[in-house]
Design a protein around this ligand. Structure first.
Ligand SMILES: Nc1ncnc2c1ncn2[C@@H]1O[C@H](COP(=O)(O)OP(=O)(O)OP(=O)(O)O)[C@@H](O)[C@H]1O
Ligand SMILES: [Mg+2]
Length: 319
């Protein structure tokens, strides 16, 4: 029977089978190669992201060291300037009393003509009535300015994490609710607040610092929605896999990639001069890093922003 088979046909069939097998093999190899190429590309993107995150962390750590130095240098002279200002305020009050007494006496007959003349000349020549008014204003403005410097120095210290932190067992949901209560008048009537709050396990942290972070984030979110049509703030809390997540989402102005890259840099602000110090996010970064947590940001210009604070649940005091 096999004699009937044409040897050419046989050879052709063999060759066809071999070709098919080779094609299948090639296809298989190409697919594997393609998958490997895709994996390689994904790894490359991940590596680039990790590299830029590492660079960013390094930059912020360097800035932290620098800020700590600057804050420390400014803090000492600031302390005595503030204390001197307090004494000056008290001295000024004494002189103002003296001037008032003088002016009252000049209205009476108790002063001799000679004394009256020299006192009136002195008051006129030195413009003491104006000095008296201006002195109070100058002292007040100087005091206000010094308080602003003190706040900036404190912010720099929080960013550089040189302060001792008091770690206690905390219910962060209570902290979040307290912070919202504090901001009640600021938010009421201005934004539509949507809360989706889940119970959180207690964790050891510095509650004042974490509340400060939440406050900074919520204020930023509210400020971002100032020109939004229906300003909405969505705030949620949950805990999964021993990570506490507090999310603050706004439908405000959003951020460009350029802005997003710089938000944690001290003094970076897009707000007009005098309206923002640019320290809010830098402080938040320092505090959350100190708690071994993360702040994850997603933002789209014109659409809005989501900030998520992620904190590990800590059962024992951090060392
Ligand atoms: N929710 C947000 N939506 C849009 N942009 C934001 C948001 N949060 C932060 N930003 C951007 O990040 C910048 C830095 O924020 P940060 O809180 O550090 O400083 P600030 O708000 O400008 O000033 P300060 O907090 O001292 O009042 C802001 O100026 C803004 O451009
Ligand atoms: Mg801010």
């Amino acid at each position: 029977m096999s004699d009937d088979v044409n040897p050419y046909q046989q050879a052709h069939a063999r060759e066809k089978a071999a070709r098919l097998k080779a094609e299948l093999l090639l296809e298989d190899k190409s697919r594997k190669l393609y998958i490997q190429k895709q994996k390689l590309e994904e790894s490359y993107v991940k590596l680039r992201q990790q590299e830029s995150a590492m660079l960013q962390n390094e930059k912020l750590a360097t800035l932290g060291t620098l800020s700590a130095g600057v804050a420390h240098e400014i803090n000492n002279p600031l302390a005595f300037v503030l204390s001197n200002m307090e004494s000056l305020n008290n001295y000024a009050l004494s002189f103002q009393k003296l001037l008032l007494l003088n002016q009252n006496l000049l209205q009476t007959d108790l002063v001799s003509a000679e004394a009256r003349s020299s006192l009136t000349t002195l008051i006129d020549e030195e413009d003491l009535t104006f000095v008296n008014e201006d002195m109070s204003e100058l002292l007040k403005d100087t005091g206000d300015g010094l308080c602003r410097v003190r706040d900036i120095v404190n912010n720099l210290r929080s960013f550089s994490r040189t302060q001792n932190t008091d770690q206690v067992e905390t219910d962060l949901l209570e902290g979040l609710k307290g912070t919202l209560k504090l901001l009640d008048s600021e938010l009421k009537g201005n934004v539509n607040l949507q809360l989706s709050l889940q119970e959180l396990p207690k964790t050891i942290c510095n509650p004042n610092e974490i509340n400060q972070v939440l406050l900074n984030l919520i204020i930023n979110a509210k400020q971002a929605t100032e020109h939004a049509k229906e300003a909405t703030l969505k705030i949620s809390s949950r805990c999964k896999n021993d990570i506490i997540r507090i999310r603050i989402q706004d439908n405000g102005c959003g951020m460009s990639d350029e802005v997003k890259k710089q938000i944690f840099v001290p003094f970076f602000t897009t707000k007009p001069v005098g309206q923002g110090t640019g320290m809010g996010m830098a402080v938040a970064y320092g505090i959350i890093a100190d708690h071994q947590g993360k702040i994850v940001v997603q933002s789209k210009e014109g659409i809005g922003t989501v900030f998520e604070v992620q904190l590990p649940v800590v059962a024992k005091t951090l060392t």
